[in-house]
Write a protein that binds this ligand. Sequence first.
Ligand code: PMP
Length: 405
Amino acid sequence: MSLDVAAIREQFPILKREIDGNPLVYLDNAATTQKPQCVIDALVDYYTTCNSNVHRGAHRLADEATRHFEAARDIVKDFINAPKREEVIWTSGTTEGINIIANGLGQLLSPGDEVITTGMDHHANLVTWQQACKVSGATLKTVPVLDSGELDQSAYSALLNERTKFVAFPHVSNALGTVNPIKEMTAKAKQVGAWVLVDGAQGAAHGRVDVQDIGCDFYAFSGHKIYGPMGVGALWGKASVLANWPVWRTGGEMISTVTLQDATWNVLPYRFEAGTPNVGDAIAMGEAIRWFSALDQDAVAAHEKALLDHATELAERFEGLTIIGQAKEKIGVLSFVLDHGHPADIGFLLDRQGIAVRTGDHCAQPLMARFNVPGTARASFSVYNTLEEVDALFAALKKVRTMLA
Ligand code: PMP
């Protein structure tokens, strides 16, 4: 079945915008996706009808808010096929999810222990582990990236040993679009008994995730990249691992008992949810996942592949353009440089024609250094993009290259 893209576009009010008289062509979906009306409505409904603090109120609004908030947790649980709802922790996004685990890890590691991350990680999944290693005296190792934009799997195997305590890698590279073989990578790490965290910021937006099938210990993702609001996300962790993981943020809600000198911690998931949660956004994130999950996932994948294939074909024929990242398995991300002009100039001149792409280092400075580029221009596709928009990108890019030459 193919995707009814026209009907999908109708649900996104922002796509009707014009930029300087040009129709908006939004190709910056890896940075954040736009929101369908039902997600916007979910947020407005929450604040219009039942805004209240959750779990502690003895009144109707608090009851309703708690019910919707916890129902959204169940939606996340089902979406990632988590075995238990208490394994789903609300966060402010992928970055916070990773920080929760990295902070605890810093307390669990000792000098001589090793942590492995990759040369394609977003800073959120790199600087965090650098810090955990710095505070604990552990050593950070890196899986190199091949010219294709894939991880060097034999180098990864060679890095794993009995000192490896933790491995973190991205499900999908935000800068290159590479889909990593996360199940195989997890299995290898498990052979040496390491904990595994998958950065799912880009993975979750492109199809259902099955954390049980992956076999990892932790999976973190953000609401805003999967048609939900900003400022909310989810961290999944195996209950058996999370139950003993050191807490990071302390305060209300995450405690069980408190005396003037000491405190004991609450049960999962609340022991990792200190303070008032982002209730309205969590509910709207649940609505976003419900909306996305209702789409035919095979059709979504086929549509994104068609967009990427078309863009790649046009890019390969485009004079002076170099694609950065040509992995066999990719989501709809086309990262590139031109022979003339800095990526920032490309972005600026595309914007003048209504085309929104991302330019820069994509929070992956080591990866840009690996490819010896100052940054790239990145077009990233989503369910509501069309082949005509891909054509519009390249027509606009033609003008850009003429201007920059
Ligand atoms: N990891 C990857 C691969 C990402 O693409 C991003 C967002 N660009 C993050 C982590 C951080 O996500 P957030 O800013 O939503 O916390």
